[in-house]
Design a protein around this ligand. Structure first.
Ligand code: LUZ
Ligand code: MOS
Length: 763
């Protein structure tokens, strides 16, 4: 089964937000952003902009009829700035004009009077000043303090990871229409239609039933539209509500990069203790998350960091404390992995540091400490149907870990100016929203009288192929061809109170709801047939659109079954509710069973560094991945390949840079590098592990969205390994991304230090 969409994409037939035919009278919106990262907003001069050609109206916080508040977890985020500004790029005013060009031209005529306040961009500095978004949280198992005393080896260090720009190909935007009873309909490029609906209702001061949100598909999300599609949806809705005209708001690329939050950078302290035989006995870690200027999803991201503190390892004594630190940057947000990758980088950094100090291979420590069946995570859930060792051993054998290592050693012995490196990256990722209540959804299935089927769920298609998977689930369950099935737009009036399409759980949740609805319909149709033909219900099935059983006429097709059921007034619509069973978590004790299951895998990464230039290639990534029983192997393979490359980008090329004023320097694709065709490893091997899947995964096919991103962490450590082949024994900082500059600094620390000094003197 191939993804249903790509042919339409390539022909230009797929409808994105910007392809929606424009209605007559549409006004175009543009956002006036705070030019300063922190200050008191004393005044706003809108006079000249109001008089500019085409400008119809300019909206500020004072125009909000309901509450000027879009904070989700913490109500700390105004839709439009009020009293203070907290980051550069914060929306302050909305210009509505007859054309997009006129709206943007008017922005230049607006002046804000802002009394500057001190700017914080560093999370540790924020923490020292008590600027925390929520109180710190600690996950604890065993007694790490006491355990260190009994350790043969103890190492400490600092690890840092940078942000990451989502770079969805379709930028943020929304198109809102006034509706007749004083409500709005919003076409939104969002992963969370209900989030847009809920916040728009608050902002407009109306009930949620007055706000309809509709999503056809997104040109990428990656977490960037889980929460941060909301401001643009609400702003367009506000414009439409107040002017009674359709309002369209689409961010251009640079505005999107400036105004939206990114993956959270983290700075962390770690301490790791090992026994003589390299068992990890104790681990302590303190995370400082750079949350930006408002909570957004940061507390949930922080929580997932804690859940992934020990990655795929069993550690009996752990103390992990996490701080969400308020800084004057755009609020950072969900990004594929959702804090998990940040936590996993630190344990890998700790293991690598320990290995380097002890003169052993990191893989010796890694392999010896992998999770086994029944081992408890620090949050007490046991590892069940655990494939950590199987994934590692399969990768090692199938892809020849020992041989790779020998080849690399041999290469490095023969070459002075090029060095190769290798890293093994095991992953373990928990599947479910960590907020238990979010693990629910619904599917609404209509069978039409001609036998065609329309399905609505809470799932948003963003390129990940969820619509294809849902159609497959329905086709299998009903016994019909996939060509009869249409997956409808995601719409809040058809399926209400949905969670965002996120947490890798979308196909599981919405697939299960679809399966339940289709089972109920199939049962109803077959009961009807059993009555009609006086045959035993138990013996009936539908296969290839044929109703099969002794005593059933051969011409009893799906279409006949449906039309005769309709004539006998059998309901052809079903609405099913699915809530993941067995998940729970107590944030008070920090214990429970938050995940339906875990996904495992192992990647072997090799890289070559040009030791004159600091440039490098990631040569090969060999992955053994736990898909369970994949029923869409083409889609699933694509998710693993794309995830791995996105992870490599985060760990190597992609460097978000703000200056001390909180101004984004990496503000375009000239200054922000993402993996392109040339950065993709020449070899990207994905092996499907032979695992049974999990009953809580849809048709036992495991969630595949986020876990593979963390294979990219291997690229960082492979590069580090290559640098240390050039400079044996080098003590390198554990700071990501490993850009060519950092590689050069690792190869020639004295030269780089001298150069930095010279530049400083020259400046
Ligand atoms: N979103 C969320 C997520 O709200 N909760 C989660 O646990 C999560 N995990 C991954 C990605 N998005
Ligand atoms: Mo996501 S980080 O699952 O929106």
């Amino acid at each position: 089964m191939n993804h249903l969409d790509p042919q339409r994409h390539v022909r230009g037939e797929s409808q994105y937000l910007d392809d929606v035919p424009v209605q007559q009278g549409t006004l175009y919106a543009a956002v006036y952003e705070s030019p300063l990262a922190h200050g008191v907003l004393k005044g706003l001069d809108l006079g000249a902009a109001r008089r500019a050609p085409g400008v119809v109206r300019i909206l500020t916080a004072a125009d909000v009829p309901g509450r000027n508040q879009i904070g989700g977890i913490v109500p700390d985020e105004p839709l439009l700035a009020e009293g203070h500004v907290h980051f550069q790029g914060q929306p302050v005013a909305l210009v509505l004009a007859r054309t997009e060009r006129q709206a943007h031209a008017a922005l230049k005529l607006i002046a804000a009077d802002i009394a500057p306040l001190p700017i914080i961009t560093d999370p540790r500095e924020a923490a020292a000043l008590g600027e925390l978004i929520v109180p710190p949280r600690t996950h604890r198992i065993g007694d790490s303090g006491a355990a260190f005393a009994g350790c043969a080896h103890v190492f400490e260090g600092v690890a840092e990871t940078g942000g990451q720009e989502h770079l969805y190909i379709e930028t943020q935007g929304a198109y809102a229409f006034p509706t007749e009873l004083g409500g709005v309909k919003i076409i939104s490029s969002t992963q969370g239609p209900t989030a847009v609906q809920r916040h728009a209702a608050v902002v407009l001061g109306v009930g949620m039933h007055q706000v309809e949100v509709d999503v056809t598909r997104l040109g990428g999300g990656f977490g960037g539209k889980e929460d941060q599609a909301t401001p643009w949806g609400c702003l367009a809705a506000l414009g439409a509500f107040l002017t009674k005209k359709p309002v369209k708001l689409v961010l251009d690329r640079m505005a999107d990069m400036r105004m939206t939050g990114k993956r959270h950078p983290y700075s962390s302290d770690f301490k790791i203790g090992l026994s003589k035989d390299l068992k990890i006995i104790a681990y302590e870690v303190t995370y400082f998350q750079n949350a930006g200027a408002a909570a957004d999803l940061s507390p949930a991201v922080l929580e997932r960091t804690l859940f992934h503190t020990t990655n795929a390892y069993f550690i009996p004594n752990v103390t992990a404390t996490a701080h969400s630190c308020r800084t004057n940057l755009p609020p950072n947000t969900a990004f594929r992995g959702f804090g998990g990758p940040q936590g996993m980088f630190v344990i890998e950094a700790a293991i690598t540091k320990a290995a380097e100090e002890l003169g052993v291979l990191p893989s010796e420590i890694q392999r010896r400490n992998l999770l086994r069946e029944g081992d408890r995570f620090p949050y007490r859930q046991p590892a069940e149907m655990c494939h950590a060792e199987q994934a590692w051993d399969t990768a090692a054998e199938r892809f020849g870990l020992d041989k790779l290592r020998t080849e690399i050693t041999e290469f490095n012995r023969k070459n002075q100016l090029f060095k190769k490196g290798l890293a093994v990256m095991p992953i373990c990722f928990g599947i479910s929203f960590t907020k238990t209540f979010m693990n629910q959804t619904r599917a609404l299935v209509h069978i039409y009288t001609d036998g065609s089927v329309g399905i609505s769920t809470g799932a948003v298609e963003m390129g990940q192929g969820v619509n294809t998977k849902i159609a497959q689930v329905a086709a299998r369950t009903l016994g019909i061809s996939i060509s009869r099935i249409k997956i409808e737009t995601t719409n809040t009036t058809r399926v209400a109170n949905t969670s965002p399409s996120a947490a890798s759980a979308t196909a599981d949740l919405n697939g299960k709801a679809t399966e339940l609805a289709c089972r109920a319909l199939r049962e109803r149709l077959l009961r009807q047939a059993s009555t009609e033909f006086a045959v035993d219900y138990e013996g009936l099935t539908i296969e290839n659109e044929q109703v099969l059983a002794a005593g059933i006429p051969a011409e009893t097709t799906w279409e006949k079954l449906v039309s005769s059921a309709f004539l006998r007034r059998v309901a052809l619509t079903e609405n099913a509710h699915y809530a993941t069973p067995g998940v729970h978590f107590d944030a008070g004790t920090e214990q429970g069973h938050p995940f339906a299951y875990h996904v495992y895998g192992t990647a072997l990464t090799t890289a070559t560094v040009d030791c004159l230039r600091g440039t490098y290639t990631i040569d090969a990534v060999h992955i053994a991945h736990d898909f369970g029983q994949s029923f869409s192997p083409a889609i699933d393979r694509g998710q693993v390949e794309g995830g791995a490359v996105q992870g490599i980008g985060w760990m190597t090329l992609e460097e978000i840079s703000y200056n001390e004023e909180g101004k984004l320097l990496s503000n375009s694709l000239n200054s922000y590098k993402v993996p392109d065709l040339y950065a993709v490893p020449a070899v990207l091997d994905v092996h499907f592990l032979d695992t049974p899947g999990h009953p809580k995964a849809i048709l036992r096919s495991k969630a595949v969205g986020e876990p593979p991103l963390m294979y990219g962490i291997g690229a960082y450590f492979a590069l580090r390994d290559a640098i240390r082949a050039f400079r044996p024994g080098a003590a390198l900082p554990l700071v990501a991304p490993m850009t060519p500059e950092r590689v050069l600094g690792g190869l020639y620390p004295e030269a780089l230090a001298a150069h930095t000094e010279e530049t400083a003197v020259a400046a």
